[in-house]
Design a protein around this ligand. Structure first.
Ligand SMILES: [Zn+2]
Length: 387
């Protein structure tokens, strides 16, 4: 689409394409073409914060059927530095992951990890949590760093706020919108899709306003940010509904940092295509197995002589091969293999759930699938509100 002769980002260029293959209510099964392959959505993206999904090799990720992997701009900017990654051939080459990748903008980490943070209209100055040195990120430098890293999908630099503090949310949202335009203006590479981020806390009117403003800027895809940071589940699901009622359906939608089984199900029902979360690998490092019938703590004494796998219905390598008794032994002995085997299982649970959700959409039985899955998790369904 052209606007006064100036090319906008409104159409995905030749490197990207998003097609909706099937719809079931507001849920969609999509095909998102990127320079490193086609993503079948809905999908769950494992998080490789420091250009590695903790304790998992790229070959194992591939075996798990992972398609999109996320890496964190904040961490890679601080160490080893985006210029080094660029020199080493970019993120795909550096970490040997040849499928699509996504980098966040650094915004979320600056607002959650960095000390002595100072925000001004131009950007954020903060103290590195690694060596205490002072660093600065602006919309322009975040884009520059993400261009050096070279992921397929990159994110606009946003300001994250406490979702309940209306005054601050309003201020941060306005700045996020101004920064979004600066990110679009700064972007140079055409083999990366830049997504805009909707903010606005838990306030419906602000979320609507943000979704309208960001949609009008012509990003090729949209993300919903600032959720899963302390609001209730009902508030989060409702906010997703409000945002998606405004965001254009023909572009991919990404719910940032959200990834429990129930969140994937409720998010997909409300029209989300992409999820990411550190939860499966973080829980694994804390001895916890995610299943579609709840969590198991492998430290538990009841598993000492348990010859069953974590989940008898699971087809992952860990469940095909090892008993709960062995996994408990590894956990108690603090063996490194425990984190790897539990991560394999936990990632499989979410990756398989995303594939099952896609299949249910294609077969037009998503509501029934969701009812059954949420009941197995022993959780209540969260009904959609009438908007
Ligand atoms: Zn398993």
């Amino acid at each position: 689409m052209c606007d006064n002769g100036k090319q906008t980002n409104d159409q995905l260029n030749d490197n990207f394409d998003f097609k909706i293959a099937a719809q079931d209510g507001t849920a969609r099964a999509g095909e998102f073409t990127t320079p490193h392959g086609v993503l079948q959505t809905p999908l769950f993206a494992p998080v490789g914060t420091q250009a590695t999904v903790k304790s998992i090799t790229p070959a194992q990720l591939d075996d798990l059927g992972a398609t999109l992997v996320l890496a964190n701009t904040y961490h890679l900017f601080l160490r080893p530095g985006d210029e080094l990654v660029a020199k080493m051939g970019g993120l795909h080459e550096f970490m040997q992951w040849q499928r699509p990748m996504l980098t966040d903008s650094g915004g979320f980490q600056v607002f959650s990890l960095a000390e002595m943070r100072k925000v001004d209209e131009d950007g954020v100055t903060f103290k590195s949590h690694i060596d205490g040195s002072m660093k600065r990120l602006t919309p322009e430098s975040s884009i520059k760093i993400q261009e050096n890293l070279g992921a397929d999908i990159i994110m606009a630099f946003d300001e994250c706020s406490d979702p309940n503090d209306r005054g601050y949310v309003e201020q941060a949202m306005g700045r996020t919108h101004r920064w979004a335009q600066r990110c679009l203006d700064a972007k140079k590479r055409d083999d990366q899709a830049l997504f805009g981020i909707v903010q606005g806390g838990i306030f419906d009117d602000l979320r609507e306003q943000s979704a309208r403003t960001i949609s009008a800027m012509g990003f090729p895809g949209h993300a919903i940010g600032g959720l899963s940071v302390g609001e209730t589940k009902a508030e989060m699901y409702h906010t997703v509904e409000v945002c998606n009622s405004v965001l254009p359906p023909e572009k991919p939608r990404y719910l940032m940092g959200v990834g429990t089984p129930e969140d994937l199900i409720e998010g997909v029902l409300r029209g989300i295509d992409i999820f990411d979360c550190v939860l499966p690998t973080r829980l694994a490092r804390h001895n916890s197995a995610m299943t579609m019938f709840g969590r198991l703590n492998l430290m538990n004494r009841t598993f000492t002589e348990d010859l069953r796998p974590i989940d008898e219905t699971c087809s992952c390598y860990t469940c095909r091969t090892f008993t709960r008794a062995y996994l408990r032994h590894l956990v108690v002995a603090r063996e490194m293999l425990a984190a790897t085997l539990l991560s394999i299982h936990n990632l499989h649970t979410l990756l398989q759930l995303a594939r099952d959700l896609r299949q249910a959409i294609i077969e037009g039985r998503l509501e029934a699938f969701a009812d059954e899955a949420i009941a197995r998790l022993n959780l209540p369904r969260t009904p959609k509100r009438q908007l």
